[in-house]
Design a protein around this ligand. Structure first.
Ligand SMILES: C[S@@+](CC[C@H](N)C(=O)[O-])C[C@H]1O[C@@H](n2cnc3c(N)ncnc32)[C@H](O)[C@@H]1O
Length: 355
């Protein structure tokens, strides 16, 4: 049987130019225009490969809508205001937060919706769900219109590709993906140590770096510092910095070997919140948190919102609302692993949920 085309393509690249960095491997596996994961799969939802907080409970997006309304008021209620979401998936979070934003009508009227999305199929899905909000799409934050900015991103950073380094007795070497004698993809270390400046973890440690997240933090930091605004990132990851190999693949809601059948599974890695915050603060903004998702949602009043939503519903609907919120908050599920980090330009007091 012949190998799947993306695997064959990668073998060709490795034979021609040597092992791929993990960053390049992730880019190709996720974004190859014909055979990459995003070109060939529906990622998010019960019928997709994984489920995210907005797809678990509408309460998540509604609370973020209220967080944004509060941030907008702190900015002096600018009209218009750019509201941008990075990686909106099915459009569920934006739809839920816009519904909640409508409780502050001047805020809702001021909002101009902008979406940063790389997948053509997901842009189409977002266009269907968010048609009434007339969104504009972008490839990156660089093309957003100027002015005060409100930005939200859930499970976006984890999808950006990482580099990995392993500490040997003589220094850190980049880990790459090469081929074993049978032509299977396998991890290999560089022959020479890297010139990257990396922390002093013990020999045998693995450390991860995410260059595109650092660039985003820098660009967003500069913009928020000069034009004002606030950004909220919710993602899974670690704080403080820690060594470890966190590259993972998921298909059909189950773990998958990240080096097996590239293009058939979503590839992500944990977010290093301290590294992201440091790149943003170096560009001139303040970073708040991270705080755990459980603490953030509790501070925003998830209990009250869930009770209101459940009032008058039948027992089955009430149980669904209750179990959805539990999944977001429970420390064995998403409550602790997921964290919220905010960036604000110029604000001296913490945004809601970060006191
Ligand atoms: C894990 S999904 C999260 C979807 C949604 N935020 C949610 O919570 O359900 C990642 C999203 O980011 C988008 N994405 C990933 N990498 C991207 C990139 N480099 N540029 C733009 N969009 C990207 C994906 O297409 C997808 O919409």
């Amino acid at each position: 049987m012949s190998a799947p085309p993306l695997l064959e393509h990668m073998r060709g690249l490795i034979r021609a130019a040597g092992p791929l960095s993990i960053e390049r491997y992730m880019e190709i596996a996720l974004w190859h225009p014909a055979w990459g994961y995003y070109a060939t799969h529906r990622p998010v939802g019960a019928r997709g490969d994984f489920i995210t907080a907005p797809e678990i409970s509408q309460v998540f997006g509604e609370l973020i809508g209220l967080w944004l309304a509060d941030a907008w008021q702190r900015l002096g209620a600018p009209d218009p205001v750019v509201l941008c979401e990075l990686g909106p998936g099915n459009g569920t979070l934006m739809a839920d937060l816009l519904r909640a934003a409508a409780v502050v009508p001047p805020f809702r009227r001021a909002i101009r919706v902008h979406l940063v999305e790389a997948s053509a199929a997901l842009r189409e899905a977002q266009g269907r769900v968010l048609a009434a909000a007339t969104p504009a799409w972008h490839d990156s934050v660089a093309t957003l219109p100027p002015g005060p900015l409100l930005l939200v991103a859930n499970e976006f950073l984890d999808a950006l590709p990482i580099r990995q380094f392993e500490r040997g007795p003589d220094g850190w070497r980049e880990r790459r993906i090469g081929l074993d004698a049978g032509g299977a993809l396998t991890l290999v270390g560089d022959s020479a140590p890297t010139s990257e400046s990396l922390p002093d973890w013990p020999v045998g440690s693995v450390v991860e770096r995410r260059p595109t997240a650092r660039m985003l933090a820098r660009d967003l930091g500069r913009r928020l510092a000069t034009q004002g605004g606030a950004a909220l990132f919710v993602d899974y990851g670690y704080f403080p910095p820690a060594p470890g190999d966190t590259l993972q693949a998921v298909a059909r809601h189950r773990g998958h070997d990240p080096l097996r059948d590239p293009g058939t599974a979503d590839l992500t890695a944990h977010v290093d919140f301290a590294d992201f915050a440091a790149a943003a603060t170096a560009a001139g903004v303040r970073a708040w948190g991270p705080v755990t998702q459980a603490r953030f949602l509790a501070a925003l009043g998830i209990d009250i919102r869930a009770r209101r939503l459940a009032a008058g519903k039948d027992a089955a609907e009430q149980a669904t609302i209750e179990s959805g919120c539990r999944r977001l908050l429970d420390e064995t599920q998403m409550g602790t692993l997921f964290k919220a980090l905010a960036l604000t330009g110029g604000a001296a007091s913490p945004p809601a949920g970060f006191d």
